[in-house]
Design a protein around this ligand. Structure first.
Ligand SMILES: CC(=O)N[C@H]1[C@@H](OP(=O)(O)OP(=O)(O)OC[C@H]2O[C@@H](n3ccc(=O)[nH]c3=O)[C@H](O)[C@@H]2O)O[C@H](CO)[C@@H](O)[C@@H]1O
Ligand SMILES: C=C(OP(=O)(O)O)C(=O)O
Length: 417
């Protein structure tokens, strides 16, 4: 089983460039099946989740080609309606094939999605919306049998601005008859990237990035070339690496607008940040300030995907911080692991109280999920002695060679068997 071994204490300095966003590329790859067209997608990070998406596309009959960070997908030869269960169970984003395949073939058999265990993660909002659009969905033994005689535009009010449900509805609406309106839609930047990709191929979508999205159904999609936006959560993770080590890092190829919520909280913690559109200089203070209240919220609120990393940072703050996790029910598994490293953290349901300690000490820890694993790695950078992070396959779902990025910035970290 692969692990990271980190000898803490190095101040991280240097320059790094951020790659494409996992949460943007995954729904876009699912969307490539809709048109029976060719999509050339660039700036794709090399991640386990991307690999699984690729395997699903191939299993559905699509041709998938390309080198390095560019993928060429031709969905014309698609000839299957079953999305393989063992792949669907690997990650959450596989559920986006439901909307995409209903749009393409009017039929799909898919199981309940897997992914990080950070709460129950139901898909009721997806199912309700797709049923409203004319899909018949039967659930049996963990499988969803979905069929439609033809999707129809609908006016959909989401009870919660779910990212995945918003994406599924957009995809179902692309070639549906008439107009689909999503109210209380998720406003994440990755939704805008999905809209941009689809519109380049001839879809007629507007409003992504706001809470009302309108999709006018079209008959056909054409070939398309698209470059994925950079990953705001990887950028935030590297910002935390600078902050936690008292380092000084220039982060390039970041869309600063997408990390404003993260910058605000980092500044509260005493981190110095200078930015100019696509670059940031992040300098950690001598001692981190506590944050009175950090609450995770749908975008543009503070991202839940940065909560664990911030907890690692605040564990060495000069005082007490409170984190309230409002998005997922069970996303504090890293707290117990950080405690092994000397952190003083108490959790009460969805609230964590972090009493900052002067120093963390190296320990054997286990990544329980993707961002929790990143948080342990960050803590290891500053801990006295050696930290081992096990189960790094979780981390590799969302970070391309995190250890190499950190090595480049001066960290003493290796990946080992
Ligand atoms: C691949 C991807 O883009 N993943 C992101 C996406 O996940 P994902 O799309 O799964 O997140 P959602 O926005 O759908 O989920 C947010 C909350 O809504 C609940 N919910 C969701 C759908 C539903 O039908 N019913 C329901 O109750 C979920 O259980 C959760 O508590 O957004 C999350 C919230 O920003 C991020 O943490 C994930 O990194
Ligand atoms: C929870 C995450 O991803 P997913 O929705 O793919 O599990 C994440 O990126 O932190």
């Amino acid at each position: 089983m692969e692990k990271y071994i980190i000898n803490g204490g190095n101040r991280l300095t240097g320059e790094i460039s951020i790659l494409g966003a996992k949460n943007a590329v995954l729904p876009i790859l699912a969307a490539t099946v809709i048109g029976g067209n060719k999509s050339i997608i660039s700036n794709i990070p090399n991640l386990r989740d991307v690999e699984i998406m690729k395997e699903i596309l191939i299993a559905l009959g699509c041709s998938v080609d390309g080198t390095g960070s560019t993928m060429v997908i031709d969905s014309k030869p698609l000839n299957q309606i079953i999305v393989p269960e063992e792949l669907v169970r690997e990650m959450r984003s596989s559920i986006i094939f439901m909307g995409a395949m209903l749009a393409r073939t009017g039929e799909v058999i898919i199981s309940y999605p897997g992914g990080c265990e950070i709460g129950p993660r139901p898909i009721d909002l997806h199912l309700k919306a797709l049923r409203n659009m004319g899909a018949e969905i039967e659930e049996s033994h963990g499988h969803l049998y979905c069929k439609t005689e033809g999707l129809k535009g609908a006016d959909i009010q989401l009870d919660y601005p779910s990212v995945g449900a918003t994406e599924n509805i957009i995809l179902a609406g692309v070639t549906a008859e008439g107009t689909t309106i999503i109210r209380n839609a998720a406003r994440e930047p990755e939704i805008i990237d999905l809209q941009n990709y689809l519109n380049k191929s001839g879809a007629r979508i507007s409003g992504a990035g706001t809470s009302v999205i309108t999709i006018e159904g079209v008959k056909n999609l054409r070939d398309v070339t698209h470059s994925i936006i950079s990953d705001r959560i990887v950028a935030g993770t590297i910002m935390t690496a600078a902050a936690i080590t008292g380092g000084d890092i220039i982060i390039n190829n970041v869309i600063v607008d997408h990390v404003i919520g993260i910058i605000a909280k980092m500044k509260e913690a005493g981190v110095m940040i200078y930015s100019n559109g696509t670059s940031m200089k992040v300098t950690g203070p001598r001692r981190i300030n506590p944050i009175e209240m950090l609450q995770t919220l749908p975008y543009p609120g503070f991202p839940t995907d940065m909560q664990a990393q911030m907890m690692a940072l605040l564990s060495i703050a000069n005082g007490t911080s409170i984190i309230s996790e409002t998005v997922f029910e069970n996303r504090f598994k890293h707290a117990e692991e950080l405690t092994r490293m000397g952190a003083n953290i108490k959790t009460f349901g969805r609230v964590a109280v972090i009493n900052g300690v002067k120093e963390l000490t190296g320990a054997k820890t286990t990544a329980k999920d993707l961002r929790g694993g990143a948080a342990l790695t960050l803590a290891g950078l500053v801990a006295r002695g050696t930290t081992e992070v096990y189960n790094i396959h979780h981390i590799e779902r969302g970070y391309e060679d995190l250890h190499l990025m950190l090595q480049k910035l001066g960290a003493d970290i290796i990946k080992s068997n």
